[in-house]
Structure formats: structure tokens, C-alpha cells
Design a protein around this ligand. Structure first.
Ligand code: HEC
Length: 117
């Protein structure tokens, strides 16, 4: 009982420390703040919280740019993992972030390939 409380407090303290930090350079092992698509900060937070439970976020984000169909299949598949902690209501915001992230990344990479002399 006591251990539980202390564990809970530690988690709270970590969350608070993260929120209180004026300019966190990174959010967990996820994106640098500057790389989070503008306007999708809260969606990113949800993605970071839900999708870092079993593997590093980079496992999802490090992959080559994916389309919406891929993300839909994957987010559902991840949600159905036992103990995923992902609810059906979490899917739309997570998918919004992944969409914004994918479309934002595509032109940059395409431009880098096409534009380099
Ligand atoms: C309950 C644990 C769990 C959670 C939560 C979870 N994943 Fe996973 N994820 C796994 C496991 C296990 C694998 C490897 C097996 C597989 O591909 O199904 C995996 C693999 C992946 C892959 C494939 C990467 C590769 O190596 O090809 C992607 C992409 C991914 N996860 C994205 C996500 C996203 C996005 C979320 C949040 C919506 C998420 N995961 C949440 C357990 C989880």
C-alpha cells in the first residue's frame, strides 16, 4: 500500500517536472519539440503517452513515412494488444497526429532528394 503511494507520487513528480520545465529539449525519447507539427501538440502528447508503453516512440516514428491506411491498421493493432492502455477514443487524435507528422515529413524528404544538385 505504502509502496504504491510512493510510486504514484514519483510518477506525479516526474509528470510535474516535465510540465514545469520551461523548455524541455525532448519529450521522452520522442520528437524534439520543434519537430512536433504546429497545432498538434496535444495529439502528440497523447501519442507519446500511449505509444511509448511497450516500445520506444522511435520504433513508430523512425519508420519510413507511412500513409493513413498504414497508421489506421497499426494503431488498431497496437490498441488490441493486451494491456495496451489505448482506448478506442484515443485513436482519432493519435491518427490526426500521425497524419500531420507523415504529410509534414514527406515533402521535406522528397525536397531533399529532388532539390540536391
Ligand atoms: C501493449 C504494448 C504496445 C503498445 C501500447 C504499442 N505497441 Fe507498437 N508494438 C508492440 C509490439 C509487441 C510490436 C512488435 C510486433 C508487431 O509488429 O505487432 C509493436 C510494433 C510496432 C510498430 C512496427 C515497428 C516495426 O518494427 O516495424 C509500429 C509502427 C508501432 N508498434 C506503433 C505503435 C503506435 C503508433 C502505438 C500507439 C498507438 C503503439 N505502437 C503502441 C507493442 C505495443
Amino acid at each position: 500500500m505504502k509502496r504504491r503511494t510512493i510510486g504514484g507520487l514519483t510518477v506525479m513528480a516526474c509528470v510535474f517536472a516535465l510540465l514545469a520545465c520551461p523548455r524541455p529539449p525532448h519529450l521522452g525519447d520522442g520528437l524534439p519539440v520543434a519537430a512536433v507539427p504546429v497545432g498538434f501538440e496535444s495529439e502528440y502528447q497523447l501519442f507519446a503517452a500511449r505509444c511509448s508503453k511497450c516500445h520506444a516512440l522511435s520504433r513508430a516514428l523512425g519508420a519510413a513515412p507511412k500513409d493513413d491506411e498504414y497508421w489506421k491498421v497499426y494503431v488498431t493493432r497496437m490498441r488490441r494488444q493486451p494491456q495496451s492502455g489505448i482506448s478506442p477514443e484515443d485513436e482519432p487524435p493519435i491518427l490526426r497526429f500521425l497524419h500531420a507528422y507523415s504529410v509534414r515529413r514527406d515533402p521535406v524528404e522528397a525536397g531533399a532528394e529532388a532539390g540536391a544538385p
